[in-house]
Design a protein around this ligand. Sequence first.
Ligand code: FES
Length: 255
Amino acid sequence: MEKNGTLTLENVRTLRQDLWWLEPLAVVLGLGSFIVYTTWAALQNAHYYAPPYLSPFYSPCISANCTHVTVPLIGSWWNLSPAILILWIPAGFRATCYYYRKAYYRAFFWLPPACAVKDVSRTYTGETRFPFILQNMHRYFFYLATIVVAFLWWDVIWAFNFPNGFGIGIGTLVLLVNAVLLSLYSFSCHSCRHFCGGKLHALSAAPGRYTIWRLISGWNERHMQIAWVSLIWVAVTDLYVRLLSMGVIQDIRLI
Ligand code: FES
């Protein structure tokens, strides 16, 4: 907008002329599709176990009504989907993730939608008030997510254990890749990086922690990419187990 011969942002949302809206649109489509699929799959309360594979959305399965109980923590009084008991942990971990916060604040809330593009609201107060102040819970979700990841590795071990003995199927590899990607996502977390290398006056005083911190820092630089790949793959893993359990596809035994 020209004003006294000078461009001004007073009456325009942005002066950018590139396709700045593409990234928020992709996030809305990607995250939106994942949320819809995950909610649907979690509420199904069926087709989450195709021996020896357990869907990551239901792992660890902790209630007596599970088709495949991992740890019997909850009695038979629980008659809803067992996924509800566990999915709040990875959901909370992703929702409070530093990267996803940037992504969904931009894409869903338009606060702001992109660099050098105006916020839609003038009342945004950052993360200083409820509910966004709860984003500070992220480090605690990291601790809980680490426990869930440990159980995903337990599921991988069981994925080699077929009714007729040791074996490797396509599903074994699908679960293995899922555990690797979710481990990378969890351990490339900013909170993990701080947990390993934070609160030190000099990293040279703790060479072991420095080594781990450097390793995690390398993963942390790719946290966004890992976040998306692991998000897509965990849905693919659930879908694979689901289609197997429904008899739509057959697992291929490699060994
Ligand atoms: S910052 Fe993304 S999971 Fe912690």
